[in-house]
Design a protein around this ligand. Structure first.
Ligand code: HPA
Length: 268
């Protein structure tokens, strides 16, 4: 049985994976534009790494070419995607340093392309999101993280704001009343496109700060990056261990729940 092909999408503060051997940059062309990523090996298997905001953190959340990124992974026959996402926490139980393996999202974005299916195919596609994140990958992350002694939180609701500004305290109060646990700017449409493409996809949300109005300090990008930098060695341990645990035969129903987006292969 073939090894599953795995990709890591690194968010803020996660720009490379030092454990990848023979890592080289590749560019994949898709009909949505090009995507740049690293291809390397880990324990003998091919692993891809994509820096969501670009290697030098130059692409703001609302301008990331999410469709090109996911279409590129699909084109590379990736099976499973682990994404990291820096978030603000609305809960004391999800303090900076914990890892929230989110299981729900709310879309509060405003102006991003949200689908591969824009009607050009001549049919309409409605994708099931009863279980938005891959249950198999989520369980593995929780298991592996606990074994490593990391503080894992099973489930949480992520709200995706448009950014690039941080939220107002009034917005956070409203989100809290909606049952939101963490807030970030990038998980939508990434999670949607991954499902449309039939990829297994899970996100490790990494609280770097309490959300606006919940702490006395103003929010800053520097604070987010500093927290991510501090966490890097432990996060790499978690990623390495989970990649090693995605064994041949790993499969779940994400592949069928998605529509196996064929557009990339039909496109000019
Ligand atoms: N809000 C939105 N995105 C974030 C935050 C936040 O407080 N912290 C890290 N990413």
């Amino acid at each position: 049985m073939a090894d599953p092909r795995i990709a890591v999408i690194g968010g803020s503060g996660v720009y490379k994976q030092s454990f990848l051997e023979n890592a080289g940059e590749i560019k994949v062309e898709t009909r949505f534009g090009g995507a740049v990523l690293k291809q390397g090996t880990f324990k003998g298997r091919t692993v891809y790494f994509m820096a969501r905001h670009g290697g030098g953190h130059t692409i703001p959340p609302h301008l990331v070419n999410y469709r090109a990124n996911i279409a590129a992974l699909k084109k590379l026959n990736v099976d499973a995607v682990i994404a990291t996402a820096a978030v603000g926490s609305l809960r004391r139980a999800m303090a900076p340093g914990t890892r929230v393996v989110i299981d729900q999202f709310i879309d509060f974005t405003r102006q991003r392309p949200l689908t591969f299916y824009e009607g050009e195919e001549g049919f309409v596609v409605h994708t099931d999101f009863s279980e938005p994140y891959c249950p198999g990958l989520r369980s593995l992350l929780l298991e592996v993280g606990k074994d490593l002694g990391q503080e894992m939180v099973n489930g949480g609701c992520y709200i995706c704001t448009e950014g690039p500004r941080f939220e107002t305290p009034a917005e956070i109060k409203m989100f809290e009343s909606w049952g939101v646990d963490v807030v970030g700017m990038t998980n939508v449409p990434e999670v949607i496109l991954a499902r449309e493409a039939g990829l297994c996809y899970a996100t490790i949300a990494l609280p770097t700060n309490y959300a606006a109005g919940l702490s006395a300090e103003p929010l800053s990008q520097a604070e987010v990056l500093e927290a991510m930098e501090k966490d890097k060695p432990e996060l790499e341990k978690l990623l390495m261990s989970v990649i090693a645990e995605i064994k041949p035969g790993f499969s779940c129903r994400c592949r069928d729940a998605g529509n196996n987006y064929p557009g990339e292969f039909n496109a000019k």
